[in-house]
Write a protein that binds this ligand. Structure first.
Ligand SMILES: *Cc1c(COP(=O)(O)O)cnc(C)c1O
Length: 374
């Protein structure tokens, strides 16, 4: 080989299994074959990988890891929570179809449903999913899917999934549940009969605020459809991001255990504080805990901007679920796209702060909030 050729062909060929302790990162856009018949074997289903947009070991691991925890046959990872939601929705809905979604939606999902799906020819009705009547009134001949969230944002209402799935089944609708806030550590919607579960893996699944990813889980048939949507829409997750997601996922139980315990302590300390109008924190959400998000509505005497500046080491972010405690301002971030009348109907106020409780020492977390209040 001459210099320029040697320059690009120095890496040794890997045997299929080099027994690396951690899964190597398959940072490759495509896979190579020994001969043309070998390549043909991919299309006969005898080989797993051809082209990273269509499938990659690190990406597939993340889908499988979440599916295993959710108790699903298969999981499909994609580039973001929203792309996983879209892949799941398009696995059951096409142009001309109608879906029903909770009005309590995460802002980005609301944006996707209210604007983008409409342009795909899929119409959406937003209802209060705690009302059987509202759901049933919204059902049309072309309704195919009921979409909800297991724990809503930012008011942290825990949905009666079993009840919702039953209503949907009566009308022959599939159900899809965003389980981002609960994670399968707390709630496993498939056990209540949900057909599809979706995650913004950007949040607790990956857990370290260093990757954007999504996962949708369900049975093989639905997930093969979702997987082809991800491939054909080009919303595949990158190999390194899949690997980061897997590394984060391995500590999900440890993180959730600590974060839920810390949140419980913070919520009970803040409850009844004279400078807080209301503390939102679920009770009896699940056996494992009540989640790691605490939402507070500040008393009138408090200035929300001033308060946010006094929180010392607590970062102000437009997201949640990292190992560090952080806050967000729902009206300014997640609920910015939600019309004011809808926000008022939902009870999302201008004085609301959503706290994502981290893994620090609970005493330090409590101290920093008490100090900022006083
Ligand atoms: C963040 C979030 C999403 C969107 O996920 P991305 O990874 O940002 O695309 C969807 N649902 C919930 C509940 C979320 O918190």
């Amino acid at each position: 080989m001459r210099f320029q050729t040697k320059n690009v062909h120095f890496t040794t060929k890997m045997e299929a299994d080099e027994m690396s302790k951690t899964k190597p990162i398959y940072q490759t856009s495509a896979f190579s074959f020994n001969d043309l018949e070998d390549m043909e074997s991919f299309f006969e289903g005898k080989k797993s990988y051809l082209y990273t947009r269509v499938g990659n070991p690190n990406t597939d691991d993340l889908g499988k890891g979440v599916a295993d925890l959710e108790g699903a046959e298969m999981g499909v990872a994609s580039a973001s929570g929203l792309s996983a939601i879209l892949a799941g929705v398009l696995a059951v809905a096409k142009s001309g179809d109608h879906i029903i979604a909770t009005e309590d939606l995460y802002g980005g999902t609301y944006q996707l449903f209210a604007h983008e799906l409409k342009d795909f020819g899929i119409s959406v009705s937003f209802v209060d999913c705690s009302s059987r009547e509202e759901i049933e009134d919204a059902v049309r001949e072309n309704t195919v899917l009921l979409y909800t969230e297991s724990i809503t944002n930012p008011l942290l209402r825990v949905e009666d999934l079993e009840g919702i799935v039953k209503i949907a089944a009566t009308h022959g609708l599939k159900t899809m549940v965003d389980n981002t806030f609960a994670t399968p550590y707390l709630i496993r919607p498939h056990e209540s009969g949900a057909d599809m579960v979706v995650h913004s893996a950007t949040k607790y699944i990956a857990g370290h605020s260093d990757v954007s990813a999504g996962v949708v889980t369900g049975n093989q048939e639905l997930m093969m459809k979702a997987k082809s949507k991800v491939a054909n829409l080009g919303s595949n997750l990158g190999p390194f991001d899949g690997w980061l997601g897997c590394r984060g996922l391995k500590t999900l139980s440890l993180r959730m255990e600590r974060q839920c315990a810390n949140a419980e302590k913070l919520a009970s300390t803040l409850k009844g504080h004279p400078l807080i109008k209301e503390v939102f924190y679920p009770e009896n959400a699940a056996h494992g805990g009540n989640g790691a998000i605490v939402t507070i509505d500040l008393a009138e005497a408090m200035d929300v901007h001033d308060f946010s500046r006094k929180l010392d080491w607590v970062k102000i972010v437009p997201t949640l679920a990292g190992v560090e405690t952080s806050i967000t301002y729902p009206v300014g971030t997640s609920h910015r796209p939600v019309p004011k009348e809808m926000r008022e109907k939902l009870g999302v106020t201008d004085s609301m702060i959503r706290i994502s409780v981290g893994i620090e020492d609970a005493e330090d977390i409590i101290e920093v909030f008490e100090k900022a209040l006083t």
